[in-house]
Each structure stands twice: as structure tokens, then as C-alpha cells.
Design a protein around this ligand. Structure first.
Ligand code: SF4
Length: 352
């Protein structure tokens, strides 16, 4: 019992000196800001999230403004952050809360975990970080700290269960907020995946990893597999404006707007032949876009079409790059637009 007491006390003392207290979602904290930040932080690092969070709160400063917005408006702000399902979950959750909970985010754990994108850990984060309620959080940083501290070498499936049990014993009843934050901060700043800074860690005296000097984390670093490279071609159709399509078959960008995409050159050639397109312009240099599991080599083909009607389809829209509409677009599309604008400016030409 005294060990448990020491663990949480040690962590909270460390938090007072070294913890993060001025992140944008920690200032004038409320459950709405905590919710948005926690969803953004799923699979994304703090420093990447910060500008997106600020932009999001500027556009949707409170729950009411969010609940009145469309999915397209949310995706527009989210564009570039990736993992777009998270934005869709925010939209769905906002609609449920508007309909069933009179625009008030519930404070009950069992209600929160039923909302899209909110699991046990996120619900715990919402309640403990906002209201100091007695719930633990288990994110990647906390998992690493406890896996190292107890030197747990068990299968992934059993590991999570075991760590939840440990967390339930360690979390102090009256100080869940600081404890959870301290654990996340320690994982981020000290107990890093590569080369943890054990010498300055407040837990080192009792940490089995440190005591045994055995690297659990290093084992994971053994030669990472090289990512496979996939190719794709975007067809940039211009007729005064540019043609964007929604609802194509590329699932990771579902509900976003992007240029017609081809993964096989033969299909692209057939399309160009079918549409009797002759004028081509390949000035945009191919570039690589990294996903978690593979890289995408992106080539852009710019073509001019004669009639707007000719290529207009359901789910398609025409946009001016210089006055973009508020639509959600994935980051490679943003890059293409930037590159195109750069070329135009360089050549001092007007878009026709
Ligand atoms: S002593 Fe090292 S391995 Fe153990 S918790 Fe601290 S940083 Fe992590």
C-alpha cells in the first residue's frame, strides 16, 4: 500500500515541477475542449495537434456552434490532420448530444463510452482531466511507463488488461487529474520509446526496467520493415476552376474532396482516350506522401477540358484554387494546390 502511495505521490510531485500545464486545451478548460483535444490526440502527437486545435476552437468555440455545423465544415478544419474518421465521429457525437442531451456533453462515464470514437480511456480522460473524477487513462505513453516500470514481458493482448489493473491500483482517489497528466507527461518527456532518460526519471529507484538494465523497448526497434511504395495519378481537370470529386473508392479519404484518382496507369490512359483529351501539362513534380503503413508516390496530370458540363458528375464540384471553398481535402491535395499556385505565380500566369 505504501508503494502505491509513493508511486502516485512521486508522480504528482514531479508533475508540479515538470508537468505540462499550458497546453491550449488546458487553458480555460472545459469538457468540450478536452473532448476535441482528446480525439485529435488519438494517433497524433501534441505538437501536430496544437495548430489544428486552435483553428478548430476559433471556428467552433463551443459545443453549440459545433452542433450546428455540417460534416463538410468540420472536415475543412480537419484537412491535413489525417485519420478523418475522428472528424466524422466528432460530427456524429455532436448530433447525438444535440438530439438527446439538449446540447450538453454528459458527465457520466457509461454514457460517454457509447458515443462514436470514445472508448474507456477517452471517457476517463474527459472526466478526470476536466472534473478530476476518479478515472484512469491508458494511452501509449502511460502504457510504456508502466510496461517498463513493472518490466512486463507479456503478449500484447494480455498486457493491456494487466496495465489497466495496475492503473486502477495506482490512481489516487482525490488527485486523478494531476496523476493522469503526470503519467502522460512522463511518458512523453522522460520515458521515451527510444533511449528513455532514466537518470532523471522520478521512478528510477523502483523501476524494474532501470534496475535490470534490460531494454524492452529496444527490442522493438530491431530493423523496421521498409514501407512499400504505391503509385497513384491525380487528374487535375481545369476549366476556369478545378474539378473535385467526393465519394470515390479510396476509403481513407471518404467524405473528403479530392481530384479523380487512378492507381493503374492503363486505366488513366483509357480515361484520357475516352475523353479525347490531348492537351496535357505535367509540370507538377511527383512527390511522396507518407502513411503509417505505406508511402504513396503521387503524380499529377493537368488537363484542360472544354466544357464544364462535359465532366460534371454527381458529387463533383468546381473550385478556384485562389478562393477555395470550405471543403475538406486531404493533405496531398493541399500540397498539389500549393505547388500549382507556386508554378502559376512563378510563371506569372493567370488560371484559365
Ligand atoms: S526509469 Fe527509465 S524506464 Fe523506468 S519509468 Fe523511468 S524513464 Fe521509464
Amino acid at each position: 500500500m505504501s508503494d502505491i502511495f509513493n508511486f502516485s505521490n512521486t508522480m504528482i510531485n514531479w508533475y508540479h515541477k515538470h508537468g505540462r500545464k499550458k497546453l491550449p486545451w488546458q487553458i480555460n478548460k472545459n469538457i468540450y475542449k478536452t473532448w476535441i483535444s482528446e480525439i485529435m490526440l488519438q494517433q497524433t502527437q501534441v505538437k501536430t495537434v496544437i495548430p489544428y486545435f486552435k483553428k478548430f476552437i476559433k471556428k467552433f468555440p463551443n459545443f453549440k456552434t459545433l452542433s450546428k455545423s455540417s460534416l463538410d465544415e468540420i472536415l475543412f478544419i480537419w484537412s491535413g490532420l489525417g485519420f478523418y474518421n475522428r472528424a466524422k465521429n466528432i460530427y456524429k457525437t455532436a448530433q447525438i448530444i444535440k438530439r438527446k442531451y439538449k446540447n450538453k456533453i454528459p458527465k457520466e462515464f457509461n454514457t460517454l463510452i457509447k458515443f462514436p470514437g470514445i472508448g474507456k480511456s477517452t471517457a476517463g480522460a474527459l472526466l478526470s482531466l476536466t472534473y478530476n473524477y476518479y478515472f484512469p487513462i491508458l494511452d501509449g505513453n502511460i502504457k510504456r511507463v508502466l510496461r517498463n516500470f513493472y518490466n512486463l514481458k507479456i503478449k500484447k493482448t494480455k498486457l493491456e488488461k494487466k496495465i489497466w489493473k495496475k492503473l486502477n491500483l495506482l490512481i489516487p482517489i482525490h488527485n486523478a487529474q494531476k496523476f493522469n497528466q503526470s503519467m502522460m507527461d512522463l511518458g512523453k518527456k522522460i520515458c521515451k520509446p527510444k533511449n528513455p532518460l532514466c537518470n532523471i526519471c522520478p521512478l528510477k529507484k523502483k523501476c524494474l526496467f532501470f534496475i535490470n538494465k534490460k531494454s524492452i523497448t529496444k527490442k522493438k526497434d530491431i530493423k523496421k520493415k521498409k514501407k512499400t511504395i504505391k503509385k497513384c495519378w491525380f487528374l487535375l481537370k481545369t476549366y476556369k476552376n478545378f474539378y473535385f470529386l467526393k465519394k470515390q473508392k479510396y476509403n481513407i479519404w471518404k467524405n473528403l474532396y479530392y481530384f479523380p484518382i487512378y492507381f493503374k496507369k492503363i486505366k488513366l490512359k483509357k480515361k484520357l482516350k475516352k475523353e479525347k483529351i490531348t492537351k496535357k501539362n505535367k509540370k507538377i513534380k511527383p512527390f511522396l506522401h507518407q502513411f503509417n503503413k505505406y508511402s504513396l508516390l503521387i503524380k499529377t496530370i493537368i488537363i484542360k477540358v472544354k466544357k464544364k458540363k462535359y465532366l460534371k458528375k454527381k458529387n463533383g464540384i468546381w473550385c478556384n484554387f485562389f478562393k477555395m471553398k470550405e471543403i475538406g481535402t486531404p493533405s496531398p491535395i493541399k500540397k498539389i494546390i500549393k505547388k500549382y499556385i507556386k508554378i502559376i505565380k512563378k510563371n506569372n500566369k493567370k488560371i484559365k
